[in-house]
Write a protein that binds this ligand. Structure first.
Ligand code: SF4
Length: 269
């Protein structure tokens, strides 16, 4: 069996900087709370939990005092949560690409913003609160739209590229003056391009099943699966293939990749 690693692999720069910042703050505060999942990756969440970082779904579950630091995760935070946090110490680690989406929405409060995203994804949950945002989960949702004021189309950074492009064409016909603002992140898209250029019988994507970009990367090849830990591996199954390729989500640390690749290499040598 031939094993090929598809580069780039591991965290994107933005995720890597975010983790460095958290790790630098761990010894400075008695209590660190992260609101929601910092990135959609269990390896990172387990690692930070082992270092004493606590994860909460809602800021009302945080015991605020001068020894507490609250961290907002990579995918953005709803405006109502920011408002409640103003008198407390917090660190906003939203990815700059997602910050730009929020800034655009805030600066264009007089326009209707159509935001395409996946149901329940934290990026969608965070922007949904803006009064000028209407969320589209699929192409059928376009039929439900009535008259719009100077509309703009945007999307979740890790949304499906084909659905976004199809939506752009349909919306342009329905609203000829619409501004199409492609807010897809190039990092997963570049990984998908490299995967498409790779000849393999099976693609293993190291990451989390809850990660939108891991799922988009997985869906780029028909025979593919997401692996998050060594125990997900079925070596006998892998040995049925001649060419196995390994890629990772942009929220997957290189340490997690090395553990899984190391286990495969040990099993096949
Ligand atoms: S993949 Fe893109 S959007 Fe997601 S954290 Fe990295 S740079 Fe930001």
């Amino acid at each position: 069996m031939k094993l090929e690693i598809i580069e780039p692999i591991g965290l994107c720069n933005s995720a890597s900087k975010l983790l460095d910042t958290i790790n630098k703050n761990i010894d400075k505060y008695l209590n660190i709370y992260i609101v929601g999942e910092i990135l959609h990756n269990e390896y990172i969440i387990n690692d930070l939990s082992n270092k004493g970082v606590r994860f909460v779904k809602d800021i009302k579950n945080i015991e605020m005092n001068k020894y507490t630091l609250v961290i907002f995760p990579a995918h953005g935070t709803a405006p109502s949560v920011y408002n409640k946090m103003q008198k407390y110490k917090y660190l906003d680690l939203t990815c700059p690409k997602i910050v730009n989406i929020h800034i655009f929405i805030q600066n264009n409060s007089d326009r209707d913003i159509l935001f395409m995203g996946k149901k329940g994804h934290s990026e969608v949950v965070a922007v949904k609160e803006y009064k000028n945002v209407k969320v589209l989960y699929n192409l059928e949702d376009i039929d439900k739209l009535g008259e719009l004021n100077n509309p703009v189309l945007m999307c979740q950074t890790t949304f499906n590229e084909k659905i976004f492009n199809d939506a752009s064409i349909i919306l342009k016909e329905k609203y000829p003056n619409i501004l199409i603002k492609n807010t897809l992140c190039n990092i997963p898209l570049d990984r998908i391009k490299n995967i498409n250029a790779t000849d393999c019988d099976l693609l293993l994507v190291i990451g989390s099943k809850t990660s939108s970009n891991a799922n988009e990367i997985k869906n780029s090849k028909p025979n593919s699966m997401i692996i998050s830990q060594k125990s997900d591996l079925d070596i006998n199954e892998l040995l049925k293939y001649d060419k196995v390729a390994i890629a990772s989500a942009s929220s997957t640390p290189i340490e997690q990749v090395n553990i899984i690749v190391g286990a495969i290499k040990n099993a096949i040598k």
